[in-house]
Unconditional design. Structure first.
Length: 505
């Protein structure tokens, strides 16, 4: 791998581009920057192993003169149900200058908090995402929240297995606990606890976790956990990561399963705690699940009312995986053995309590910037707003501003929020109301289609604007749920992502 100015060229994953071609500088940045691991020539041109770091670096050569961010709240043409949340179209447009005398190729990582809308109209469901460079589409790969979890499990398991094989006593004890003919497993369990808490100075909870690790077979047919946030991808390596190292742990959900692996890995190597929280914070997100308070405009922990469907099972929406990590969820109906169920429950009992966070996906793509040029790069996507049930109930969108701080030069961010007329809105950054807008709404566009708005047939939107130099943290936009429901009928966001409206005035 080439280095420039003594730094490893940036990319967050081992999606290593071919380095052929003279005169091209491989930059260490983008609005959302990622890192290549050093070396690994075998991975060139393919998505192979993933970098366990997954953290952003800096961009020092290109300049963003301004970012224009458009956020449009609409109603899905194919809603999830009678209380379906708004479908929000997001378009981030960047004016990027290359002041150097050489062409620069950049590897970008764009963090998208929470899920991405999957269009039901396509033969094969695909995330509603589009990237354009000077109005020409660019290809991309989505590293889903589940793939990031899978990467953490894979790397953590390698650390755990290596540590066991280098410890003769652990090889002996874990071999005995795995032996089905062993009639004294309780005694073996106690020996493992005594060894780890004595010579290794572990606490009893972590020792208990290693016992269950030794008892479980992670190569079994995978069962998909309820919080699995799979996103369609043609990449087989990402698909493997999503389902690997789950096995019976699907009964407790992928977040808890991933925490289990990372916790054990950190017991063997304190520097090896590849926590999702650390990746999340590096991109500017809060590890807690946050919301903007609709009455005060201040940030606070998100509130969500949940309901029990019966005395033993709590059934939550599959569209909100953050809930599963907040509780000791266990699927009593999972098709695993009684011994595996006992192991899963023991893991839940001994895992430390942690704050959780909104899921994050990383959109990876590459772009080239000719010498002495200014180009327009845009990223567009659709996603459902999330619900905050504190009165007054609201629907909210979170957008990460922080990656702008990773550039040496990044101009102002111009934000436009469009909502159906009559809907009340609140923002974590003060909004200024602009003129009501009729006719064309610049919203999200369909994959592979030219970037343009479409006619709203005279129906009125209210447009709010923000101009900010804030480059840290997240932006939260909230709309009041009751006023939204009253205003929603005339306006819809089509499944393709385009804004449309009925003739109703």
């Amino acid at each position: 791998m080439k280095k420039e100015n003594g730094k490893i060229l940036a990319c967050c994953i081992t999606i290593i581009a071919c380095l052929a071609g003279s005169g091209i500088i491989y930059s260490n940045g983008g609005p959302f920057v990622v890192k290549y691991p050093d070396g690994d020539t075998a991975a060139k041109g393919i998505l192979a192993r993933l970098d366990p770091d997954l953290k952003p670096s800096r961009e020092t050569q290109l300049k963003v003169t301004e970012e224009n961010l458009s956020i449009v709240f609409g109603e899905a043409s194919f809603p999830m149900g009678p209380n379906s949340p708004p479908l929000v179209g997001v378009t981030a447009e960047y004016k990027i200058e290359n002041p150097t005398d050489k062409e620069i190729q950049v590897d970008f990582g764009f963090p998208i908090l929470r899920g991405i809308y999957m269009s039901p109209l396509r033969m094969v469901p695909e995330p509603d995402v589009e990237i354009m460079l000077n109005k020409m589409p660019l290809g991309s790969t989505i590293i889903s929240n589940s793939a990031i979890y899978g990467l953490i499990r894979k790397n953590s398991r390698a650390i755990i297995d290596k540590a066991i094989t280098e410890d003769a006593e652990l090889i002996r004890l874990t071999g005995r606990i795995r032996n089905p003919a062993n009639e004294h497993k309780d005694q073996t369990r106690q020996e493992i606890i005594s060894y780890l808490t004595g010579k290794k100075n572990w606490n009893e909870r972590n020792a208990a976790l290693l016992i269950e690790y030794a008892c479980l077979n992670f190569e079994k047919t995978q069962i998909y956990p309820p919080d699995r946030t799979f996103l369609w991808t043609r990449d087989t390596e990402l698909n493997k990561l999503i389902s690997q190292n789950i096995g019976p742990l699907g009964a407790i959900g992928e977040q808890k399963a991933t925490q289990f692996f990372a916790q054990l890995a950190s017991c063997f190597d304190k520097n090896a705690f590849i926590a999702y929280e650390e990746i999340f914070k590096a991109w500017g997100g809060d590890v807690r699940d946050m919301a903007v308070d609709f009455k005060t405009g201040q940030m606070r922990p998100r509130e969500l009312t949940i309901k029990k469907t019966d005395a033993t099972t709590v059934q939550y929406s599959r569209d909100d995986p953050t809930i599963y990590a907040r509780i000791d969820y266990f699927d009593e109906n999972s098709k695993i053995s009684e011994a595996e169920k006992a192991s899963c429950k023991a893991i839940l009992k001994n895992l430390p309590v942690v704050f959780t966070f909104a899921p994050m996906n990383i959109l990876y793509y590459q772009a080239k910037f000719p010498a002495k040029s200014t180009q327009t790069l845009s990223v567009s996507y659709n996603q459902y707003a999330f619900v905050d049930t504190k009165e007054p109930q609201s629907y909210q969108l979170a957008y990460v501003l922080h990656p702008a701080s990773l550039w040496d030069e990044f101009g102002p961010i111009n934000i436009k929020v469009s909502i159906p007329a009559g809907t009340q809105v609140c923002s974590s950054i003060p909004l200024a109301k602009g003129a009501n807008q009729q006719g064309v709404i610049a919203g999200i566009i369909a994959i592979g289609k030219p970037s343009s708005g479409i006619k709203t047939q005279g129906k009125e939107f209210e447009v709010y604007t923000i101009k900010t130099n804030e480059k840290k943290g997240e932006l939260f936009i909230a709309i009041d749920a009751d006023s939204w429901k009253k205003a929603v009928a005339p306006v819809r966001v089509a499944a393709s992502g385009q804004i449309s409206a009925s003739l109703k005035k």
